[in-house]
Design a protein around this ligand. Sequence first.
Ligand code: SAM
Ligand code: SF4
Length: 447
Amino acid sequence: MERRYLIRTFGCQMNEHDSERIAGVLTADGMTPAHTPDDARVIVLNTCAIRENADNKLYGNLGHLKPLKERRPDLKIVVAGCLAQKDQAEIQRKAPWVDVVVGTHALPQLLELIDRSETDGPQMDIREHTEVFPTALPAVRNDTFRAWVSIAPGCDNGCTFCIVPLVRGPQRSRAIGDILAEVQGLAARGVVEVTLLGQNVNTYGRDVTVPGSSRTPLFARLLREVDAVERLRRIRFTSPHPHDFTPDVIDAMAACEKVCEHIHFPLQSGSDRVLQLMRRSYRRERYLEWLARIRAAVPDVAVSTDIIVGFPGETEEDFLGTLDVVERARFDSAYTFQYSPRPGTRAATMPDHVAADVVQERFDRLVALQNRITLERNQAQVGTTVEVLVEGAGKKGGSTQARTRGNRIVHLEHGLEPGTFVDVRVTGAAAHHLVGEAVGASAPLRV
Ligand code: SAM
Ligand code: SF4
């Protein structure tokens, strides 16, 4: 049987990007992509641990794979990513048919672990520290014209609800020259848009500045240097922490032509009491002030956010504070989450967990409010002409999907070439997308 691999990815962009590295490693070993589990020799589940339903999903998927492994003992089942780091030996205890468990710091060991499992049985590598950045591995990227670029894996914050620092470790910034070399290489191969990835991008560099110096973050400088890369047209980044969104970063955003007018600015809660319990170091008024400052410096900037409903001890009054900030902030979009207790986090042991029906009812109110605001924000775009990057076929047959610099999805009638820029007149708006018609090829940026 030809050696083929199948990768299933759960979770955030960091995991999506790790999967591109996993594909790169398997391809370098001579393997090719499979279309179904049946024709795969290696199946990798790249997992997420952010909420409890991610755990259930992993064990559900492993249950489905068991009969396949019994039929084909030569099949290699690999569990990678954040849940691998979190559950460790538990995975092979619950699912002994798993051949390899590879943690977030051990991706460079993947091939060796698969090989060793052939002769020595189930393998696991859950080392605690990154010795080789996954970015040193080859990548098979999903797109030819857009790319994720990891700048600083890990996180030094201790938000009390969050498992990320436990499974991804402390922040480890890549050298600026290393990142630039990657971006230049991508641009030379036709990539026109990069998204700089980190858990807390705006503290990029704090851990690599000269020891004993002021340990100043280098994110603003990185933005300016990436902006100077020839042939690149768009730069995005995610996620910044509101606390670290310093004036130099705002200035760089405003000055850099290629940096898109979009920020993901995670609020989490609009109650100062809950923010304190979450150990988020800003407060609601300060958050809104920062937002106003960013909007003044970067006109028409689109803003998305993350909000958690039902954090332990959240009262109706706290929740009304969240609705109030949402009303005042007028986000273009929001990722809304119901709080999920994660083992090892401070919040999981806090008192007064909110009843599931109360969380659901608050969640529904929040989603209804945000949907109204998103629609109003989208309707305000009707009649404008915007530059879009064509991404490919839309989910509904016949339409093409494209994206504005503000990260809004636009559905177009024409079958336009993915990876091209087009100017579009916005003719309609729905809750989650705009409708537009092409009015001409967009002029290239000054490079
Ligand atoms: N580093 C990013 C930040 O600080 O905004 C977020 C990383 S996390 C992958 C994405 C989002 O998941 C968080 O912003 C938060 O809203 C949500 N999240 C994290 N832990 C959660 C939990 N225990 N329950 C519900 N949502 C959670
Ligand atoms: Fe988690 Fe907070 Fe770090 Fe974001 S900043 S990854 S929410 S600990």
